[in-house]
Design a protein around this ligand. Structure first.
Ligand code: GLN
Length: 534
């Protein structure tokens, strides 16, 4: 029998439900169980692809080209659960499917309703993720907070899992907040209320993960247990860790979370092996070298827009036993700065991440010129690679108006232009070049050496590319085309010649980086930044 674990959140948002869900996944994998992770987002958008970074953090892209919530990135970094289109469920998808079936006559004669039609579609989507006979446990994170109007059908569907599969196969984990007020007193009332809301829906949590500034004492746990009907041993202190989020599975394990989960689900006990994970956290704690990386983007004030990049830089740090300090630089401010050098001099390496739209572009061009001329390590990802080409065309080829048609459709030197298959596309949702693609790396290039392979697979999310019309000219002026698609039709990666580390990639290597297997580009970039100026 498959086991289902639902993770809900109470009191307020941003308590780290994704990290909680994936930490449980991490521990179950360490107990040799085969798991799958699913994220439910109760919004009506079909996916996250069309949402602004102000509404939504990073858009995480899967191998099969889904544009999803950033929690799926957390799942991919903490577990080896395959993350695909099916791992992300939104209200938009659920309704789209039910309405499609209704139009096809699937429900002929019946009134189509939230219960059972919407809830059945939700359940079908969850069950489908665990279809593979090898799968033991499916962990489902329900986005939002218990009490939100939008989450009601999902909680109802979750409740019905008990009817469909039996209580012994379904577990409810509730993440809640124990705030500190006044003179440092911890308060349980918000937790009592949020569990009460679950009770009203017919859900009794089996495990409470209490977000708290410090370990809860026994009295406090007893009190929470009494008011919520959750066994005392299953009231867990999910206290704030001040090292790295990757320590959280260890904090849970210390409090026997994995043991309680498998006992409650009746899963035969297997020994846990957390050796690799603990040693990775140990590497971080031991790391002494410091390196400053400047991220020049236009949404740097938001904590989550470049989530996977920040994590991948951290992984690159692990690969070098180094602590990476992120210096977030607003590209627009560099446009106006009299001496952008002063800001950029303070960092050891520079990364320009992906992005859309014109704002701040010239600040990025100034950044790239600085890094190229000073020999400072530079890593351009997607938009960051486009800027490298624009800068090269302006300052080396001498085309002062060189640009991308994304920002200047009228440019006489459009060195970056729409992909051929994008020219007639008018709809926005899911229409970019998306997902996993093959790149052939050319012999003798730095990136070929870094990956140690001629062929690599990374993920894409873009509409514009290096214009093939300018390829020859750029190459003769010294820009190295280091890799292309298998048919040589698209430029996938470029390199500055006579520069210690200047690489641009059309793909997004940050999505495949994990703390146990850092993406090699990030490891190498951090190494070069550590060596800069030595
Ligand atoms: N805006 C650029 C494009 O659509 C770059 C996209 C990105 O950086 N992800 O091609």
């Amino acid at each position: 029998m498959k086991k289902y674990i639902f993770v809900t959140g109470g009191v307020c948002s941003s308590l780290g439900k994704g990290i909680a869900a994936t930490s449980i996944g991490c521990l179950l994998e360490a107990r040799d169980l085969n798991i799958r992770m699913v994220k439910i987002d109760p919004y009506i958008n079909v996916d996250a692809g069309t949402m602004s970074p102000y509404q939504h953090g990073e858009v995480y892209v899967t191998d099969d080209g889904a544009e999803t919530d950033l929690d799926l990135g957390n799942y991919a970094r903490f577990t080896s659960s395959p993350i695909t289109k099916a791992s992300s469920i939104t209200t938009g998808q659920v309704y789209q499917e039910v309405i499609r079936k209704e139009r096809e006559g699937h429900y002929l004669g019946r009134t189509v309703q939230v219960i059972p039609h919407i809830t059945d579609e939700i359940k079908r989507r969850i069950v489908r993720v665990g279809e593979d006979p090898e799968v033991d446990v499916i962990i489902i994170e329900i986005g939002g907070t218990v009490g939100d109007i939008e989450s009601v059908p999902y909680l109802e569907a979750a409740r019905q899992f008990i009817l469909d599969f039996g209580k012994s196969n379904v577990l409810f984990v509730h993440l809640t907040l124990i705030p500190e007020v006044g003179g440092g007193e911890l308060k349980t009332k918000p937790t009592q209320h949020s569990v009460k809301e679950l009770h009203e829906i017919g859900i009794q949590p089996d495990l409470l993960l209490c977000r708290t500034p410090r370990m809860l004492d026994d009295d406090m746990r007893r009190k929470i247990s009494l008011f919520t009907n959750v066994e005392e041993k299953a009231v867990i202190s999910a206290y704030d860790v001040n090292t790295t989020i990757y320590e959280i599975p260890l904090v849970y394990h210390e409090q026997k979370v994995d043991g309680i989960v498998i006992e409650k689900l009746g899963i035969p006990k297997k020994k846990i092996n957390l050796a690799r994970w603990s040693s990775m956290v140990g590497t971080f704690q031991r790391s002494k070298n410091q390196v400053k990386i400047g991220i020049v983007g236009k949404y740097i004030e938001l904590p989550d827009t470049y989530k996977s990049i920040y994590e991948a830089l951290f992984h690159g740090g692990l690969a070098n036993e180094a602590i990476v300090e992120l210096v977030k630089i607003d590209s627009q401010s560099l446009e106006e700065a009299e001496n952008p050098e002063e800001i950029l001099d303070a960092v050891d390496g520079i990364l320009v991440p992906g992005g859309f739209g014109k704002r701040g572009i010239n600040g990025m061009v100034r950044t790239v010129q600085y890094a190229r001329e000073r020999g400072k390590p530079y890593f351009g990802i997607c938009l960051g690679m486009h800027i490298m080409v624009v800068e090269y065309a302006r300052h080396v080829l001498g085309y002062a108006d060189a640009d991308s048609t994304e920002f200047a459709p009228e440019s006489k030197h459009p060195v970056i232009a729409l992909l051929a298959d994008q020219v007639d596309v008018t709809a926005f949702g899911g229409t970019m070049r998306l997902g996993r693609g093959e790149t052939r790396l050319n012999a003798g290039t730095k990136i070929r050496e870094i990956y140690g392979s001629d062929v690599i697979f990374e993920r894409h999310r873009h509409r514009y590319e290096v214009s093939n019309k300018y390829r020859k000219e750029l190459e003769s002026a010294g820009l190295i085309i280091a890799g292309t698609t298998y048919d040589n039709s698209l430029v996938e990666t470029i390199q500055w010649k006579d520069h210690p580390w200047g690489l641009g990639v059309q793909f997004h290597p940050e999505f495949t980086s994990t703390p146990l297997e850092p993406n090699p580009l990030f490891g190498s970039f951090i190494r070069a930044s550590l060596d800069y100026g030595k």
